[in-house]
Structure formats: structure tokens, C-alpha cells
Design a binder for this molecule. Structure first.
Ligand code: GCB
Length: 605
């Protein structure tokens, strides 16, 4: 059970939420002595850095960009006197990958895991009507005991260096908004919603958790602000007559308001936009409101110039406009839960989201996507430290589901990306994470994991756990690329025929396929890396998709070019984007647009 509420901070009649975004003091702890040198009381220097943002791409020194270790943030915090007697929290959207929070020199809390929110209860540590000092130590070292997995090595000159087991730059820092919040002592902590559609009406089953015993009441308002249902009690059902359903690109949002009352007096109020919809897997179909849907879209990243993985509201807006333009209806939050504002936007815009926890790099290799294609086998889950990893992984699943479960956009949970699945040791590990997701989600949304190239019908021990079989496949890129593309197609079809022969009666989804393409390169006839080849590759791949009825979606890798660690396989980043990193279309974007605009929502339904 989580210690702190994961609800998004909002100001209401009973609550206050003050964003602390802006310039914070910043210090890179190159000697790793911050703790001993008393940084908890205040950090050295005068350097300022924006929050939210990754710290890496602001500076001109490579040792800052590549830094592995502790970085420290500091700012003053004025806490209004009227807040005395309330519960006062600092609420971090995320701190990558772990953090310790100090207020006025006192350690308040620690948090492990870089992509989910946490609160520091500072009620007893602050001076009211006065300035206070907040210091946050953020550490970005990678290990096999935490997600995402990697290692931290020490170079001969004594500097530490991160070695990710994954293919995106290890951006870190305070990458999401920080809020100062004040809540009443008794407050709405969490709630769960589940829907049932009955003809024109809908039933909304709910459960509310509060921190006290007073009466809880719920109101539901439509988009015009008219009250359409109400109920009392911490659990129950509301009937919504003539319910407007939440649909793809036609997202009707009701507003749920939860109040805690003491007689006529209001103790707490929390409101959130919700969408009435059901999600289900039946046979080989993915059903939204009982109707089949074919997923078209992307694996994405939170990644942009200068701010790195920092939440960027402008980039978010542009991304949604491009996704609408191209005819996409969905995306996967590869390879970590995204900023909460992105799910709010997906709710509003009617996009279907596969929400992925940061369990990436669970494969013994620095370039797992390459080595897996070569058929190399390892037993990642046999390590002595696996139980520690599992614990961190389960905690992240709990935090993700608690945070995101009430977003109508979230239609499935992706519990791992490209783990090692060919050794039996993976099976008990998978069982734990898949069971946990099922137990935590009252909506029992489909669960999946993205399967690496060597997780094949005859080698993968874990696909039976998935409700949707999600494949990451690169036939024509990592396998038989270029002039050999006809060979790639033969191998691809051979694999798909083998899946077909298993007759799993489950939907298949391509969570990755793609070819690195330089936005600057044209070549007739094509060569790999040219825009012409990206189109050739896509035509072949789509032909294969269209040959199998059980394939119920395609999410190309990647929406946009993104930063990775430097290396011989990456030209200043991964270039599989359909859009460049500054969000302009490559030629393939027009091909995809023609295809996706032409496919019916219920294609192959
Ligand atoms: C994968 C990984 C993704 C990589 C991609 C690639 O299989 O899941 O993180 O970026 O391949 O481009 O190689």
C-alpha cells in the first residue's frame, strides 16, 4: 500500500497546489562528498538551472553531460501562515532515478525510481509565514537492481560513467514539475472507477479511499457543467443515463467531484475529468466500448532538444497535432511512464495509450536489441540480485497503476520492454508482475510486454502471460536489411506463420518496427539510412501486417528521432523517427498518413 496519495495536485476549495517550476540552484557533486559536506543545509555555488528539465544538455562540458552520480538542487520556499494545521507536501512529478529531500537541513524522504511521482510530507519541518530551504539530492546511477537496468562503471581517471542496457540517453534530474501542496488533515487519497455500459446508459462503479471516517459524496457533471449523477458512500454505483461514451478522437469527458463532508461543512474536495468507456480483449480483438479497434501509432519517447527528457508543454502540443495529422490513434509510453500532463492531453484528444513501466534493459547486454537479434541467450533472471530488482519493479507497477488507472486513455499496461524470456528463470518473475497488475487494476485492463527479436514462438517462455501479444520486430533493418529485404520478408512471414500455427486466439500488436533514416539523405535507388529505404521497408512490413487477421495494430518505432548514448550504431541518436527530433516530417510520414487515414477504426475487426 502506497504511503502517499498519487492524485495529481490541484487547487480546490479545500486544497492548494503551487507549482515550484522555475530556476533552482544546482550543483554537480563530482567528488561525491555532498552528504559529508553538509549540502543538506545548502549547496555551494550560484549556478541556476530550470526545473523541469534534464540537466545534461544545457552545458558545454562533456563531463557534465555524461555525469554519473549525485546532483543537488536547492530553492527557497515560502509557506503561507494560513496553511498551519494543514498537511503540507512537496510533490515531485519525478526525480530520475532516485532522490532524497531535505527541508531546513532535515531529511524528509527518499524515493527510488525515476519516472513516477512521490510526496515529501513537510508539515512538521517547515516554518510558517517564513522562508524555508528545500534541498534535493538526485542520483542518476544505473544498476541491475533497479529499473531501467544498466551499470555504472569507473573509468581509469576515476570518473563514473553510466552504461545503460537500453537505447535512450540516460537523461536525469528533476524532469517534471514540483508542487507545494496543502491538504486538509482528512482528504481524498485515492479512488478507483470501473464502467459498465447498458444500452444507452452506463454504470460507474466506484471506490474512494480517504484518510478519515467522514461521509464521502460524489457528483458527476457533464461537459456543460450539468449534474448528471450523484452518490454517497465510499463505494457504490452511479447510473449515468444516456451516457456519452469516451471514443477515439471523440473524447467526451465528465467531471467527477469527490467531497468529504462533516454535516454541511466541506472537509475536502477533489475533482478530475473522467471518460466512460470499456476496454476488453476478446478472441483476437481489442474492443473499446464493445467495438473492435485497430491501433495505429507510435512508440514514443519524452525527448527534445535542450531540455532532454524534461516535460515540455510546447513539444507535447506539437506531438499531439502531428499524431492527429498523420491519422494515429494510439501510442505506447516507451520506455517509462510519461509526465501526467501527457495522459491528461490524451484523455482530451481521445488517444489510446499503452502505459509502460520503466522495466527496460532486463537483458544481459549493453546493446540488447542487437544481440537478441543474433540469437544470443542469457539468463537475466537468475542473478542473485533478481529479488531486489523484482521488488523495485513491483513498486513501480503499483505506483504507475495507482497514478494512471483513472485515465480513460490508458487501455493496457506494458509491464516490460524486451526482457530476456528464453530461460525458465523468467517465468516466476513474469508471473509476479503480471499477477500484480491484474490485482491492482479494478478495470482488469489487458496486460502485455514488448517482445524482443529472439522471443519467438519456439523460444519464448513468457508470451502466455500477455493478453495482447506485442512484438518488436526489425526484419529488413537488424535482420536482412537493404537489398536483402526480400529475404527479410521471407523470414518475417515464417515467424508470423509459426505464430498463426499456434492459434493463440489473442490479438497481436507490433509495438516496434522501423528503420533508421537520416532526414538529410536521399538516394535513388535506395540505400539503408535513406528516406527511400524507410519507405521500402514500411511497404514490405505493412504487406506482412495485412496478411494476418490476428494482427490488430501497428505502432512504429519511433515517433521522432531521439537522443541515445554515443556509439557506432547511433549517429548522434536513434534516427528511426517518422519525424525529426525537431518534429518535421520525413518522407515516410506521408506514406503512413495515406495508410492510416485509409484504415477504418475497426480494421480487421
Ligand atoms: C528496440 C528497443 C528500443 C530501441 C529500438 C531500436 O527493440 O525496444 O528501445 O530504440 O529497438 O531502434 O533498436
Amino acid at each position: 500500500m502506497l504511503e502517499n496519495s498519487m492524485l495529481y495536485p490541484r487547487t480546490t476549495v479545500s486544497r492548494r497546489a503551487v507549482p515550484l517550476d522555475g530556476m533552482w540552484k544546482f550543483w554537480l557533486d563530482e567528488n561525491g562528498t555532498g552528504e559529508k559536506d553538509g549540502f543538506a543545509d545548502g549547496i555551494p555555488g550560484k549556478d541556476l538551472i530550470p526545473v523541469p528539465a534534464s540537466f545534461q544538455d544545457f552545458y558545454t562540458q562533456k563531463n557534465i553531460r555524461e555525469f554519473a552520480g549525485d546532483v543537488w538542487y536547492e530553492r527557497d520556499l515560502f509557506v503561507p501562515g494560513e496553511w498551519e494545521g494543514r498537511q503540507v507536501f512537496l510533490r515531485f512529478g519525478a526525480a530520475t532515478h532516485r532522490a532524497a529531500v531535505y527541508v531546513n537541513g532535515r531529511k524528509i524522504t527518499e524515493h527510488e525510481g525515476g519516472f513516477l511521482p512521490f510526496c515529501a510530507d513537510i508539515t512538521g519541518a517547515v516554518h510558517y509565514d517564513a522562508d524555508n530551504k528545500v534541498v534535493v539530492k538526485v542520483n542518476n546511477e544505473l544498476a541491475v537492481t533497479n529499473i531501467p537496468c544498466g551499470e555504472t562503471i569507473t573509468l581509469p581517471d576515476g570518473r563514473k560513467m553510466n552504461k545503460p542496457y537500453f537505447d535512450f540517453f540516460n537523461y536525469s534530474g528533476l524532469q517534471r514539475s514540483v508542487f507545494l501542496t496543502a491538504l486538509p488533515k482528512e482528504y481524498v487519497f485515492d479512488f478507483d472507477l470501473d464502467y459498465e455500459i447498458a444500452g444507452k446508459d452506463a454504470f460507474l462503479h466506484y471506490q474512494v479511499r480517504t484518510t478519515g471516517e467522514h461521509e464521502t459524496v460524489l457528483w458527476l457533471y457533464d461537459e456543460e457543467g450539468r449534474q448528471v449523477a450523484a452518490s454517497a458512500g465510499k463505494s457504490g454505483t452511479m447510473k449515468v443515463e444516456n451516457a456519452r461514451l469516451w471514443r477515439v478522437h471523440d473524447a467526451y469527458l465528465y467531471r467527477l467531484v469527490i467531497r468529504i463532508l462533516d454535516g454541511d461543512a466541506l472537509i475536502d474536495e477533489y475533482g478530475q475529468e473522467i471518460g466512460i468507456r470499456t476496454v476488453e480483449v476478446k478472441g483476437t480483438s481489442i474492443l473499446l466500448n464493445g467495438e473492435p479497434v485497430y491501433l495505429k501509432g507510435f512508440g514514443k519517447h519524452e525527448d527534445s532538444s535542450i531540455v532532454g527528457r524534461g516535460f515540455n508543454i510546447g513539444v507535447m502540443k506539437r506531438d499531439f497535432e502531428l499524431m492527429k495529422w498523420i491519422g494515429a490513434n494510439s501510442f505506447r509510453t516507451a520506455h517509462y511512464p510519461y509526465s501526467e500532463e501527457i495522459y491528461q492531453m490524451a484523455d482530451r484528444e481521445g488517444f489510446l495509450v499503452i502505459d509502460e513501466v520503466a522495466a527496460v534493459g532486463l537483458f544481459e547486454s549493453l546493446m540488447n536489441f542487437m544481440e537478441a537479434s543474433s540469437g544470443k541467450k542469457t539468463a537475466f533472471f537468475k542473478k542473485e540480485t533478481t529479488p531486489i530488482l523484482l521488488k523495485a519493479h513491483k513498486k513501480a507497477i503499483e505506483e504507475m497503476i495507482t497514478r494512471d488507472k483513472n485515465h480513460p486513455c490508458v487501455i493496457a499496461w506494458s509491464l516490460l520492454n524486451e526482457p530476456e524470456t528464453t530461460d525458465e528463470a523468467a517465468v516466476p518473475y513474469f508471473k509476479e508482475v503480471f499477477d500484480l497488475a491484474h490485482e491492482l487494476d479494478v478495470q482488469k485492463r489487458p496486460r502485455t510486454f514488448a517482445m524482443i527479436m529472439n522471443s519467438l514462438p519456439d523460444t519464448c517462455k513468457c508470451y502466455p502471460f500477455s493478453d495482447i501479444i506485442a512484438l518488436n520486430r526489425y526484419y529488413g533493418w537488424y535482420v536482412s536489411g537493404g537489398y536483402e529485404i526480400s529475404q527479410a520478408e521471407v523470414l518475417f512471414r515464417k515467424e508470423m506463420d509459426a505464430w498463426k500455427a499456434l492459434d493463440l486466439n489473442k490479438p497481436f500488436l507490433f509495438t516496434e518496427y522501423g528503420a533508421d533514416t537520416l532526414g538529410t539523405e536521399h538516394k535513388l535507388p535506395s540505400v539503408m539510412w535513406s528516406q527511400e529505404y524507410q519507405e521500402e521497408y514500411l511497404k514490405m512490413t505493412h504487406d506482412v501486417f495485412d496478411s494476418y487477421d490476428f494482427i490488430k495494430g501497428e505502432q512504429i518505432w519511433n515517433f521522432a528521432d531521439f537522443q541515445t548514448t554515443e556509439g557506432i550504431l547511433r549517429v548522434n541518436g536513434n534516427k528511426k523517427g517518422v519525424f525529426t527530433r525537431d518534429r518535421q516530417p520525413k518522407d515516410a510520414a506521408y506514406l503512413l498518413r495515406r495508410r492510416w487515414k485509409g484504415l477504418l477504426e475497426g480494421f480487421k475487426g
